[in-house]
Design a protein around this ligand. Sequence first.
Ligand code: G4P
Length: 195
Amino acid sequence: MELLKEKIRREGYVLGDSVLKVDSFLNHQIDPVLMMEIGEEFARRFADAGITKILTIESSGIAAALTAGLKLNVPVVFARKKKSAIMNEEAYVTEVYSFTKQETNHVTVLKKFMPAEETVLIIDDFLANGEAALGLARIVEQAGSSVAGVGIVIEKAFQEGGKKLLEKGYNVESLARIASFSNGQVHFAEELVKA
Ligand code: G4P
């Protein structure tokens, strides 16, 4: 998605050799126009997948999931990273370890918002080690629903997440794939050629 890549080139900055800061349009401040285009692009890529629900994880996945949900005309659920004190209803809970933050979250979705037999699109802002997306997929499958695809705004293709998701058989669509960082520059990967 050229508009997104352009935004990353102009506003993103590289921290160390593996982290991209994009807080001016995705992770802190949000660019609503770009986010609408991101939603449209996800909707286009998953138009024939029969999606009935979108699942994302708080907080930065929510904006992209919302615009995709608007375009696909389906409800959007966001998993919580911590069980809320007033969440006293039955819930699916799975542990997700963050390598970046070195902490484990108990990712939670109320059962009433993830019933069986939904066709679910998982959306997240970043794909790094894939733990968050795999955790969301576990919840969907525990519920007796199916994962129709995983939509990612920015994939760091030099980390393991994309490979892990493909090995599990999920259809992964990343709008920008980063091959590497060097000298503060972002190098994009060619689009994945699917067999
Ligand atoms: P994983 O889910 O793919 O395994 O990734 P990991 O544990 O490494 O990432 C944990 C958090 O760090 C996630 O955000 C993820 O989106 C974010 N992250 C990973 N790599 C980058 C990066 O290069 N740049 C930025 N900006 N974020 C990155 P989170 O904790 O869920 O944060 P938020 O959604 O509440 O903002």
